[in-house]
Design a protein around this ligand. Sequence first.
Ligand code: 5GP
Length: 189
Amino acid sequence: MELLKQRILEVGVVVSDQVLKLDAILNHQVDPVLIMEMGKEFARLFRETKPDKVLTVESSGIPIAYTTALQLEVPMIFARRKKTLTMDQDTYSERVPSFTKGIVTDIMVSSHLLHKGERVLLIDDFIANGDAARGLIRIIEKAEAELVGVGIAVEKSFQAGGNSIRERGIRVESLARIASLANGQITFN
Ligand code: 5GP
């Protein structure tokens, strides 16, 4: 997606040769016009898979999952990282290493929201090693729902996550693929 690539070049901060900071558009401040265009693009790519729901994980996946779900006119669920007082006790929960925080966190979805046989589109902001996506996929499996595809805003293709999911026969679409962050330079595939 050219617009996203252009914005990444404008505002992206290369933190290291492994990590890109997009706090100006996606991970702290949100650019609503860009996020809406990203939702339209994911909806265009995945509409034919007829998702019943869009699933992401808080917090940075929420805006893009929301605009995707809005375009598809289906509900969006975000997996929580912390149990709240109001949350159902009955949850599907998975332990996932966090790429940026360097810790292991639990992600959970109320079992009342995800049902057997539902067609689920998974959306997230970045894919690095693929742990977040795999955790969400395990939650979909526990619910006996059906994964129809994975949409990722920014795939760092020099890390293994995206292809490790594709190798399982799952369709993965990314809007921008970064080949390298070496020497402070952002290079796309
Ligand atoms: P994975 O689980 O695939 O290793 O990492 C994916 C998660 O880590 C994403 O949900 C995202 O929040 C975070 N992440 C991974 N790489 C980056 C990055 O380069 N920049 C930012 N801002 N977040 C990242």
